[in-house]
Design a protein around this ligand. Sequence first.
Ligand code: DGL
Length: 266
Amino acid sequence: MKIGMFDSGVGGLTLLHKAIQMMPEEAYFYYADTDHVPYGKKPVEDVISYSDDAVSFLQGMGCEAIVIACNTATSVAAEYLRHKYDIPIIGIEPAVKPAVENNNGGRILVIATPLTVKERKLIELVGRVDEEHKVDMLALPELVSFAERGEFDSGPVSEYLKTSLDSFFEQNKQSGREGISPEKYDVLVFGCTHFNHFEATLRRYFGNSISMIDGAEGTIKNLKNIMKERGSVSEGALSVDFFESGRPVTDKSRLDFYKVLLSHLD
Ligand code: DGL
């Protein structure tokens, strides 16, 4: 079957990678909205409109299902898109529930874009599952731009993460939450698909014992079940086509960029 996936850029490759592992014989159409990245700093209405364009384009390519490979777009646009289109639309969400259910008693930090962190969807999800009040949230607005430049483990990335995280812990201290320090965290939840690419740098800050999780596997499982129920027929061979804001990617260096990032996720 033809499956469309979209994100503002390279973040959704984490879902494409998982989908290729779990459903290796399908035709994937990956739409990176490079004209409008980053979504997480834009007004809600704009992200809904970009997401609408992406889904409309992918449906026009014959996709039978769409994966919103972007937590920000899921949080603001999934409902709108599901009303408007009659094909299955599956959206990734931060894996807060699995993090709460499987941790060693420590705290959980959800890192995401500014939009995701302030949207109702995530706040309600945390309110529903975080009975012991262990979950904290932090927006890391600059990571997406670093990722789009292919910069994952540089001096400026480490510096940015250190400054942002140090200031998060400092603010907690000042507001009387003394116990909140990096060692108290067991789990880091990637609430933005771009953030998986920074695993090595984040590990240097938090140490090796922290687990890092995302919602990719759950999302693809969901896609698989829905397509099975609908009796969709597998293509029998893998293919991946890349698009940037609706334009086919033909430039070899861009295609190589996507392929190298995919291979880093192995
Ligand atoms: N990758 C997207 C997410 O999962 C958003 C990145 C952006 O701000 O464009 O939230």
